[in-house]
Design a protein around this ligand. Sequence first.
Ligand code: FPP
Length: 258
Amino acid sequence: MLNKIKLWKNQQHSSSLRDRIIQIKGQQVPSHVAIIMDGNGRWAKKRALPRVAGHHEGMKVVRKITRLASDLGLHTLTLYAFSTENWKRPKMEVDYLLKLPEEFLGTFLPELIQENVKVTMMGYKENLPDHTLRAIEKAMDDTKDNTGLTLNFALNYGSRAEIVDAVKHVLNDCQNGIIDENGLTEDVFSSYLMSATLADPDLLIRTSGEIRLSNFMLWQLAYSEFWFTDVLWPDFGEQHFIEAIEAYQNRQRRFGGV
Ligand code: FPP
């Protein structure tokens, strides 16, 4: 039975975790899970460490959860790594956060390639430092033909700005006769968003006890299931991710129907 599920190379799940993975895979697995990874700063503060130590620990969790998402057969994992509002943080912290994609991909990209993961990015490329963009674009290019998990980084992403930009783009296309007002359906509008190639998230997870969306995928989360936990992101483990997915599988999604 255990041999029947394909696992990430060298993945060592405990036997109880493997049993839960098998159980989950026997039911409807959310295709797209989006995560607001919150609580890195508080994790560091509790240990009298600088905030960036929390971000570094958070990056290790990204690795772990990516492997598990792939093992569970998710189609997409979207991670809110840097918001358009995060520029308000001290420069040193911003610089550190924007170095993490490079550090992460510098060591993890070969594994992502080998495991058929496709890396994508959703966010404003302008303003990102060259080194950050280069690392992301290289990963996107190296993995563009992969057909397994899509690992989508929301980087320099803000949902309201995304929606306003989409509206401007629609108005422009209307003026140029590319679309007409009557043709503007919800699906067409979605195709103007940065998430155009992705299905809407089925499940949103937010860690650290905060119960808000913080300008994340406001349009796309309209019918998603939400799961909140007090666990801080650096403490978020495989068992928590499994717990969230099990909770999702016990929800009844009605999309406004009965
Ligand atoms: C929010 O916690 C977290 C962030 C703004 C950054 C999240 C980034 C990571 C987890 C690492 C990303 C990794 C890659 C590979 C890009 P916070 O700092 O607001 O925590 P606090 O609310 O406790 O202060």
